[in-house]
Design a protein around this ligand. Structure first.
Ligand SMILES: *[C@@H]1O[C@H](CO)[C@@H](O)[C@H](O)[C@H]1NC(C)=O
Ligand SMILES: *[C@@H]1O[C@H](CO)[C@@H](O)[C@H](O)[C@H]1NC(C)=O
Ligand SMILES: *[C@@H]1O[C@H](CO)[C@@H](O)[C@H](O)[C@H]1NC(C)=O
Length: 495
């Protein structure tokens, strides 16, 4: 969400106080892994990434299927940083993984623990699984959402009790991995605490470290797939004199350093059809992680998009001076080639993740009409089943909708994509009120922190539950039924 006007920032700036940011302690053993995170980087391969308070000459991870016998080993000499970061970014790719198998891993350090994760279901595996969509999540604690505009989250630092992260930990046996299309940490909102105003550089770095340390309670155990949001773009949410934004805090610098080396291009296709293979080869060359990319998990093809840059009038390029990252039209060409490659006999479901919605309650401020112009016809043409967005800080379920018109089939085999908004994970900006409710909206909750759980029941049935972060309660539940009887979906777009 966008937030403050320049006037309100200047008002805040009038207030002065001692700095308030809290840097995490630097461990005595500077090889101690912090901010650990996993991602599905290739078919049969998971990346392990972490940060250290010194540059590593070589970083290695031991892994295996038994915690007491980590017989495999992978190493990398990639250890990089950026201006204003106190830490170095390290990553190693664990290859040769058997599908749907529990692996144990230990990052090389005198001060690391053995953790575990489950590898991806093989493309085409039709067994049921769930994935959580967690969006717009900020740091928890003194620099985060417990201090201002809190709703149902009690003040309980330094533990994470009752936060979204806590619920993701408590319910770990109920889902396989997490997708997070945009807005991590809210470090760029440092100015919302007047005490930070003279220390933006350090406040940003401190919040970033704190957040990704907190997140590692989830992301060190569950693959955590990122997409870009506006809070990754630049110092803060007002377009202002760039000189006040230190190098390293604009142009998606942290996002790119953190997720660029660990996210996939595409997984290729398991289809035996020549056209699918040539489209998949084209898509792989056009992908640009961590901005736009795709991967397969069992019966689902997931596509991550960049709703911030790299299409006509993209909002963060126009307003925050970020990007573009690809060649002109590269993202759009990627999306077409990637969707054209999807063989529904292998992956019946197609889910797209992107930060900004174009169907939302609350009026035009919440709607990305440029995104709609760029993406909606392509989604329709290739039969995207579900689009998951956030950006608006509440929970919304729309009817399947195309060009503003609700599909008359509703959730029973619609041609139009289904749209949800799940931006209520919790951050310093608070929740967004529902506001005006368009006819296509079927559910909105603007008073609870929460996220969406997508359960792929079988090739015809997808259940979406909105989960309350505080207690795991289901706030809303709906099931989409699709026949998926066409191998390659091509639908005619309307003018
Ligand atoms: C070891 O790691 C823990 C956190 O995982 C940290 O609190 C502690 O300070 C580290 N010990 C040393 C000697 O660096
Ligand atoms: C942002 O980064 C991209 C890719 O590195 C670069 O092409 C672009 O010029 C940068 N923009 C700014 C304003 O620095
Ligand atoms: C997919 O591949 C076919 C056959 O090579 C080609 O005709 C078509 O243009 C491709 N589609 C896209 C969107 O690239």
């Amino acid at each position: 969400m966008t937030g403050l006007t320049l006037t309100s920032v200047l008002t805040l700036m009038a207030a002065t106080a001692a700095n308030a940011y809290t840097y995490p302690n630097i461990p005595t053993d500077k090889t101690t892994p912090t901010q650990t995170r996993l991602a599905f980087q290739e078919l049969n391969a998971v990346s392990v990434a972490w940060n250290t308070y010194e540059k590593l000459e070589q970083s290695c991870v031991a892994y295996g299927t038994s915690p007491t016998s980590l017989t495999q080993r992978a190493c990398s000499s990639d250890s990089s940083t950026y201006p204003t970061s106190r830490t170095w970014f390290n990553n190693v790719l664990l290859t040769g993984l058997a599908p749907a198998t529990t692996y144990y891993y230990k990052i090389d350090s005198t001060n690391s623990t053995t953790n575990s994760f489950k590898s991806a279901h093989k493309p085409g595996d039709q067994s049921s699984f769930a994935v959580n969509a967690v969006i717009d999540m900020g740091v928890y604690g003194a620099d985060g959402y417990t201090t201002t505009k809190k709703r149902d989250i009690p003040f309980v630092p330094p533990s994470l009790t009752h936060s979204t992260i806590d619920q993701l930990v408590q319910s770990a046996d109920q889902y396989d991995f997490v997708v997070h299309p945009g807005d991590f940490a809210y470090a760029d909102d440092w100015y919302l605490r007047p005490q930070n105003l003279l220390d933006g550089k350090d406040a940003y770095a401190a919040i970033t470290e704190l957040f990704f340390n907190q997140l590692s309670a989830v992301s060190a155990y569950k693959p955590y797939m990122a997409s870009p949001g506006n809070h990754e773009a630049a110092c803060k949410e007002v377009f202002y004199y760039q000189g006040a934004c230190p190098l390293g805090q604009y142009n998606f610098t942290d996002y790119n350093a953190r997720f660029g080396p660990t996210h996939p291009t595409t997984f290729g296709t398991a289809s035996s059809e020549a056209a699918a293979q040539s489209n998949a080869t084209a898509a792989q060359k056009l992908a640009l992680p961590p901005f736009w990319y795709s991967y397969d998990y069992g019966m689902v093809h997931f596509v991550s998009l960049d709703t911030e840059t790299d299409f006509p009038s993209a909002p963060d390029t126009a307003n925050l001076g970020a990007g573009p990252y690809g060649r002109p039209a590269q993202q759009i060409d990627f999306l077409k080639a990637d969707l054209a490659s999807v063989d529904r006999t292998v992956t019946p479901w197609v889910v797209v993740l992107g930060h900004r919605p174009w169907y939302s309650t609350g009026g035009s401020d919440n709607i990305c009409s440029e995104c709609q112009t760029a993406f909606e016809d392509i989604f329709y043409q290739y039969g995207v089943d579900l689009f998951v967005a956030g950006h608006v800080h509440n929970l919304q379920r729309q009817q399947p909708t195309y060009k503003g018109t609700v599909d008359p089939a509703g959730l029973n085999n619609p041609k139009a994509p289904w749209h949800i908004v799940a931006g209520a994970a919790g951050n310093i900006e608070g929740l967004s009120s529902a506001g005006t409710i368009p006819a296509y909206n079927a559910f909105v909750d603007d008073s609870h922190n929460g996220y969406a759980r997508l359960t792929f029941v079988d090739k015809n049935s997808l259940k979406v539950d909105m989960i309350h972060s505080t207690n795991g309660e289901i706030l809303d539940s709906a099931t989409l039924t699709k026949s998926h009887d066409q191998q390659f979906v091509r639908q005619t777009v309307s003018a």
